[in-house]
Design a protein around this ligand. Structure first.
Ligand code: 13P
Length: 255
């Protein structure tokens, strides 16, 4: 049970990554909407691949499930073959966008600077950013977790500060993503509290309004323990968001 005074509505987001880009995605979205219907007091978001994004957003209109993109390009329009802008994503029915996921940092050369640029572009357009941070295993082993996470947060927190509570931070320790190695509730809480403390240095309002999600091997059997932590305001779920029953169980664990 969270301490009295915690006002942040939990948020459970499913990052489908490069899965479910066709008919299966539609079925998954419908299934999630059906199961989420009866669960109040939690925000639910799904992030499908681009091929089904607009169609799923359209299909989910009027449901309590909102749609997120997994990336954006930080210009409104132009000759940028293969890229998609924040205004385009909004027009497609997205309300959210994941920015700076570790897979994008690792495989697509995203840096703290490009993440900041994307956060600014999203926010300017009215698209809510879910900004990912997290340390690599060698960084944790070297005792550098907070140093890395602070550097990543500092790169964009001033932008989030323009609209406290509009954006969300996801702490995803890279060693826990897709590995089955989840951070224990104490490990997660320690970093989440440190992130909130860091935001306090900027503004108390930003610190109390910003939801900090945990991501990395969240499953139905470990979700409740993580979500009970004082500074864990939800989850960014990968693998378990691809099965209606698993994702629904995690949504239910948040309330
Ligand atoms: P898994 O839940 O599959 O570990 O993925 C986490 C993640 O990367 C969510 O963005």
């Amino acid at each position: 049970m969270k301490a009295v005074g915690t006002q942040r509505t939990p948020l459970i987001a499913g990052n489908w990554k490069m899965y479910m880009g066709g008919r299966a995605g539609h079925e998954l979205a419908r299934g999630v909407a059906e199961r989420a219907k009866g669960v109040g007091g939690v925000d639910v978001v799904v992030a499908p691949p681009l091929t089904v994004l607009a169609a799923i957003a359209h299909e989910l209109e009027g449901s309590r499930v909102q749609v997120s993109a997994q990336n954006l390009y930080p210009k409104d329009e132009g000759a940028f073959t293969g890229e998609v802008s924040a205004p385009m994503l909004l027009e497609a029915g997205c309300k959210w966008v994941i920015i700076g996921h570790s897979e994008r940092r690792q495989y697509f050369g995203e840096t703290d600077a490009s993440v900041a640029e994307k956060v600014a572009a999203a926010q300017k357009a009215g698209l809510r950013p879910i900004v990912c941070v997290g340390e690599l295993l060698p960084e944790r082993e070297a005792g550098k977790t907070l140093e890395v996470v602070y550097r990543q947060v500092d790169a964009f927190s001033r932008i989030l500060g323009d609209q406290p509570g509009f954006g969300v931070i996801a702490y995803e320790p890279v060693w826990a993503i897709g590995t089955g190695k989840v951070a224990g509730p104490e490990q997660a809480q320690e970093v989440h509290a440190a992130i909130r403390q860091r935001l306090t240095g900027q503004s108390a309002e930003l610190a109390s309004a910003t939801r900090v999600l945990y991501g990395g091997s969240v499953k139905p059997d470990n979700a409740a323990g993580l979500l009970a932590c004082q500074d864990v305001d939800g989850a960014l779920v990968g693998g378990a968001s691809l099965k209606v029953a698993d994702f629904a169980a995690i949504i239910e664990a948040a309330v």
